[in-house]
Design a protein around this ligand. Sequence first.
Ligand SMILES: *Cc1c(COP(=O)(O)O)cnc(C)c1O
Length: 483
Amino acid sequence: MMDLKAIRQLERTARALEPDLDERQRLFQDVAGYAEAFLQAIDDLPAFVDTRDQGIGLYDSPIQDEPRPMSKLLEHLGHDVDRPGLNPASGGHFGYIPGGGIYASALGDYLAAVTNRYAGVFVPGPGAVRMENLLIDWMRQLVGYPKESTAGNLTSGGSIANLMGIVAARDAIGLKGRDFERSVVYLSEHAHHSLGKALRIAGLGECIERFVGLDERHRMQPGSLARMVREDRAAGLLPFLIVASAGTTDTGAVDPLDALANVCEQEGLWFHVDAAYGGFFLLCDEGAKILRGLDRSQSLVMDPHKTLFVPYGSGAVLVRDRSSLLASHHYLPNYLQDTRHAQDELSPADLSPELSKHFRGLRLWMPLLLHGVAPFRAALEEKLLLARYFYEELRAKPGFEVGPYPDLSVVIFRYIPRHGDPNAFNQKLVHAIHQDGTVFLSSTLVNGQFTLRMAVCAFRTHLETVQQALKIIETLAKKLEST
Ligand SMILES: *Cc1c(COP(=O)(O)O)cnc(C)c1O
């Protein structure tokens, strides 16, 4: 006889996983209280905090059998996670490519988690899958890909989206192992490192990577590309893929997409555009002008967790001709046989390596419907104009040398001290900015020179924030120069 008492006993302990109404309300209040305190302080919180401990306090509470109070957890979160290092929620975050974190997305994530809707396959999760497909279709329209043939996927970020684009290219072209050593990929030396990584993961590490010549604004030169392709063909190689950037991470440069598309069409190459950072600037007229030609690519990537301001964990890939994406990813195991006849909608699981996945659609759908698109459009145009404002202001300040006029919202610059090595000086300058912490900027190497970057992309960045950054940068540069 089965011992039901033992089952009951286990149930009593297991039921801790289902707090009752009172307990839920208490927990929710604690968490909402934490979130509110964070949001109410956000304008005064530093963008970067260099702490000695770097969150090591987390190890004081190892995972154990016994419960701990929410207050203790929130204490850890506040002290060990949300204090040290970069604060990506800050409007003063101008480093790398800033991410988002809009509130309506947090609410969407909350509901996605509470209901735990399954968004991988249409039959079990028809609404969730339709929501994802609706979002992909909205992006498709924004880009201008054809409705009939396009497919896409909401990914965890741009790196995975780039990987999927590369795999789609590989499979569409039908590259086989014996071809790899002769196959050529063309990219810019400013292409995001996730692309090199994607090529390796996709088994294309043996392919030849060619860096196309850049113009003085760090954009790929179509003439240089065409020449390289011709020479490579003449040498018996197999040019197959061009990776352009619509907004490089280093300098924000947008490659001349239209002209590159011409070369791709002439030469029959797959045209992949990494628009992880720049893609959503299509929403505003200025951005759409700069991104002209994006619709002529075969595949592209954009990151809602950058320029749609949603929290980390949201990228997207679109592929103009869905067949290779489907060919690589579709499947029908026995245990999913009941889903066989539902062809109303493509299932994300047939288009990506993921099966069970986070219901990513809700964190996008909720803010887009709740706010409408207009505030997103305005925020993006605002960022473009703020970057131009920063550029103009900094250029007028003695001692500063700015890079090219920004294509989108990244400005690169250096301070040229009256004496000494500019590289060492700018390294000290970025360090001083980090120590100050009010705003955060990062650096890169451009033509071998240590260069500072101002990436205006956080939704909490407004005119005052940029003016504050200008003041801090100038003050710290002068102070450094006088010491
Ligand atoms: C951020 C970025 C990536 C990588 O995207 P993740 O979402 O960080 O994985 C790729 N390309 C460009 C141009 C980027 O800005």
